[in-house]
Ligand binder design. Sequence first.
Ligand code: NAI
Ligand code: MG
Length: 356
Amino acid sequence: MSSQSQKLNLAIIPGDGIGEEIVEQGVRVLDHVLGHALSGAVTTDKTYFNLGAKRYHETGDVLPDDEFEQLKTFDAILLGAVGDPSVESGILERGILLKLRFGFDHYVNLRPSKYYPGVKSPLKNPDGIDFVVVREGTEGLYCGNGGSFRYGTPHEIANEVSINTAFGIERVMRFAFQQAMKRRKKLTLVHKHNVLVHAGHLYRRTMERLNREEFPEVTCDYAHVDAATIYLVQDPQRYDVIVTDNLFGDILTDEAGAVTGGIGLSASGNINPEGAFPSIFEPVHGSAPDIAGKGIADPTATILSVAMMLEHLELPDAAQAIYDAVERDMAARAKDPGLAKRSTEQIGQAICDLIA
Ligand code: NAI
Ligand code: MG
């Protein structure tokens, strides 16, 4: 990208189920915000990739090597969702999502959790929930370091070994501190260092060192993961930035999405902060096969993912225009519950209309 007349070179992977419907609205809002909020100073070149269940059934391809290489050349990737009940669980998730996350060194999985007044939450008092989870994305239990022995016999042995490196923890921890500096300057480490003493204390020591040496303004604290699941329900407002490992982050972010009330509202980024590889922005939810093709999926999570993508691409004004529009759409929903029944397209249009 050059800063003069910027052109964003984007890869779009609609994927399966509702993926195509929601990504269409995400792209629509993207085009709209660049045209309006930035008066067309930034344009996009979009290349669509057909990956997911349909392609797999037709050709047996999951993510061919040449497309994996081609994907490396983009500024960022917008993804809908992949996965379908007709494909054995794990084939597309591991073959596409994890291959990209690990292959593109997405060591930060960033998931904001914000409560919009009026949204139905299971909590009595969800007002003011506003935190982000920084989940380590390339290590821990998810790095595929395992195997089976005596498979299928009564003596089967199954191993999944958690890998944690000083290098990997330091870089994700530094990113989390940087997030905290942009927000309320509070960072909470979630782990289980009373039992997982090796990895847990490496995380703890890394946090304490960076706090001392680089980010003394940030207030740090710590919660064991089991306690954190309680606090997220009883007092989620206490959190600003949470940093945690791959497995705990996977679980906590689902809970974080649930307390703010909207599976259709949670956005995420799989990020390589240095830009050595393109980052992927996607809604937290999956392909929702139960409502696919009906035009009723909420595209808001995808639209918020577009905003995160713009922030990552250093276009904060465009990102903020989307955040503001979504906030106003949420406020409108709170006033008029009938708006919850809008189609995917109507919500996309409404958010465009709210962008000046
Ligand atoms: P899901 O998130 O697709 O659906 C869970 C429930 O939430 C369903 O009732 C669905 O209708 C609803 N829902 C999801 N997104 C919605 C939206 N935008 N608007 C309104 N309602 C929405 O999770 P599920 O059913 O466990 O997984 C379906 C498939 O998606 C599986 O193949 C799974 O592996 C895959 N998946 C893919 C992900 C990805 O691409 N990153 C993430 C999670 C699941
Ligand atoms: Mg998950």
